[in-house]
Write a protein that binds this ligand. Structure first.
Ligand code: NAI
Length: 400
């Protein structure tokens, strides 16, 4: 029976799904350190982790028989991806499962800031009844500027328009505008006309410090600023200056340049004393619905890889979407991306008189992946020959 180890309180639907597919599943609530992980991985085929377990080169060297790792989260920095690829270990994540959760929190932030809810709450908590409408606005008719029009930015665009907002966006890549949203030619064009600016850019290196003094200075008087993307993107000291001076009327921040490692740790931010400020501890994507969706999504990717050799959305292997195979067996051959490997695979099969029912090849960077459905099961000698072809990283045979 194949074995899966799921760490860090992954949603129970993942364990259930793997059990339903014939896996023996061990679950543990916490993360494991390097040595503990190596020990726990004995005889394990599939590993499930979230962000707190680091899978290093040492772990991968110690457990070369691991077949795949599922990161039940968005980020994959905790795994040495290149090395896992070189060892033939597929890595999957759930890049889109919490998109809706982030979008809903941004909508909440926009309304709360435009109605000055944090400021009103603060005053009431300190015994002050201030019923004034000063500085409070409906969102209807206001302009929302979305910086980064990817999964989150574009879904936010649709919901914001449904509330009657006018949407403008700026993206470094060509993006299809949703509904009536308007693409801005430059970031400054967006900043100069937006009543609310919200950042949804990705974590590429060039985005470090990309929203600083100059960008805040270009924002409209009394605009609000929201960042639920990455902590290193926005200069929070510059944001504080623009809030303190009265230039900006409020802000919501969910991500920080340095974040505590775990819940319960202390946290200090220069923005804590701001009046109309929403501070959240990187919970944009943290909902039970998102966890459930991640559990479902990643366990499916692992099962697809195990049973069909499908690498759809793998973050470190050439991607290939495969359905139920035809014939007796499927041979998944991962190799160094060198000329002639496909021909050599076919030569071995031809010499054995084995008919190929279907075959696909994908290459990505240093890796090549050829998946062959064969009409008859290859002999042990043929499998051995395939396994020892020059450049072979890993070969798996799946009974069909
Ligand atoms: P995505 O990759 O689908 O979209 C990012 C978009 O930003 C792309 O269209 C890209 O071309 C654009 N972009 C990158 N740099 C840019 C720049 N300097 N100026 C303008 N456009 C730029 O990413 P997705 O899924 O929409 O996520 C967006 C961000 O939200 C990511 O940084 C992600 O890590 C973060 N996130 C935060 C969560 C939270 O809990 N707060 C949860 C989920 C995602």
């Amino acid at each position: 029976m194949p074995k899966a180890l799921l760490l860090e309180n992954i949603h129970p639907n993942a364990a259930q799904s793997l059990r339903d597919h014939g896996f023996e599943v061990e679950t543990r609530s916490g993360a494991l350190g390097e040595d503990e992980l190596i020990e726990a991985l004995e005889g394990v085929d599939l590993l499930g982790i979230r962000s707190k377990t680091t899978v290093t080169r040492r772990v991968l060297d110690a457990r070369p028989n691991l077949t795949a790792i599922g990161c039940f989260c968005i980020g994959t920095n905790q795994v040495d991806l290149d090395y896992a690829g070189k060892k033939g270990i597929a890595v999957f994540n759930a890049p889109y499962s919490n998109t809706r959760s982030v979008v809903e929190l941004v909508i909440c932030d926009i309304i709360c800031l435009m109605r000055r809810i944090p400021a009103h709450t603060h005053h009431l908590k300190h015994g002050l009844w201030d019923k004034s409408a000063k500085g409070s606005h409906e969102v209807r008719g206001k302009t929302l500027g979305i910086v980064g029009y990817g999964n989150i930015g574009s879904q936010l665009s649709v919901l914001a328009e449904a509330m009657g907002m006018r949407v403008v966006f700026y993206d470094v890549e060509e993006k299809l505008a949703m509904s009536n949203a308007k693409r801005m030619p430059t970031l400054n064009d967006l900043l100069e006309q937006s009543d609310a600016v919200t950042l949804h850019v990705d974590g590429r290196k060039s985005n470090v410090g990309f929203f600083g003094e100059d960008q805040f200075a270009h924002m409209k008087q009394d605009a609000i600023f929201i960042n639920l993307s990455r902590g290193f993107v926005a200069d929070l000291d510059a944001l504080k200056r623009h809030l303190d001076s009265g230039h900006l009327s409020g802000a919501a921040v969910d991500v920080y340049p340095v974040e505590p490692k775990k819940s319960g740790d202390a946290f200090v931010t220069p923005l804590a004393d701001e009046d109309n400020m929403i501070l959240t501890p990187h919970i944009g994507g943290s909902t039970l619905e998102a966890q459930e969706s991640i559990g479902h999504f990643v366990s499916q990717r692992l099962e697809d890889y195990w049973f069909r050799a499908s690498t759809t959305l793998s973050v470190n292997l050439p991607q290939m979407t495969l359905h139920q195979g035809k014939g007796a067996a499927r041979i998944a051959h991962l190799h160094d991306n060198l000329p002639g490997v496909l021909a050599r695979v076919n030569k071995v099969l031809g010499e054995e008189n084995i008919n190929i029912s279907a075959q696909s090849l994908a290459t990505e960077g240093e890796l090549g992946y050829v998946v062959t459905d064969v009409a008859t099961r290859p002999t042990p000698a043929a499998l051995d020959a395939l396994r020892h072809l020059p450049g072979t990283i890993r070969m798996r045979i799946i009974e069909l």
